[in-house]
Ligand binder design. Structure first.
Ligand SMILES: [Zn+2]
Length: 135
């Protein structure tokens, strides 16, 4: 029986531009022309006002940790070599929230309120994951 591999995101029509940005080292968000709010994850209409006037813009890549935990064990053996690792909910300076990993610091040292900046980690030719490190 094959062991389960890592869970690699599959781009969709709505997320392809986000993943293209990550491959180029740019964190992209959708910006609504009608209400001037940013959104993530991507979707075909604005979650604030339902407008379809969305454009893609480069985000600052900076934010802060809202909540965090340390993962000590994974049911998926593909992640066994990576525990313990930090799993965190961050709020980007532009407003949207993102579930991600905090890297570059021991997981036990990640704190809520910590200021973080995006870093990119390639995991396949198509997918580069945005992760965050303290700034
Ligand atoms: Zn809107």
């Amino acid at each position: 029986m094959d062991k389960p591999g890592k869970l690699i995101p599959v781009p969709t029509a709505e997320t392809a531009e986000f993943w293209a940005g990550c491959r180029q080292g740019e964190l992209r968000l959708q910006l609504c022309a009608a209400c001037n709010k940013y959104q993530f994850p991507p979707q075909s209409f604005c979650r604030h006002c339902s407008s379809a006037e969305l454009s893609w813009v480069a985000a600052s890549g900076q934010g802060r940790v809202l909540s965090c935990t340390v993962v000590h064990w994974s049911p998926n053996p593909a992640y066994a070599a990576e525990v313990p690792y930090s799993l965190a909910l961050i709020e980007l300076d532009e407003g949207p929230r993102m579930l991600t990993n905090i890297v570059g610091v021991p997981p036990s040292e990640v704190r809520t309120g910590m200021q973080v900046a995006v870093v990119f980690e390639q995991c396949s030719p198509e997918i580069t994951l945005p992760k965050f490190k303290p700034r």
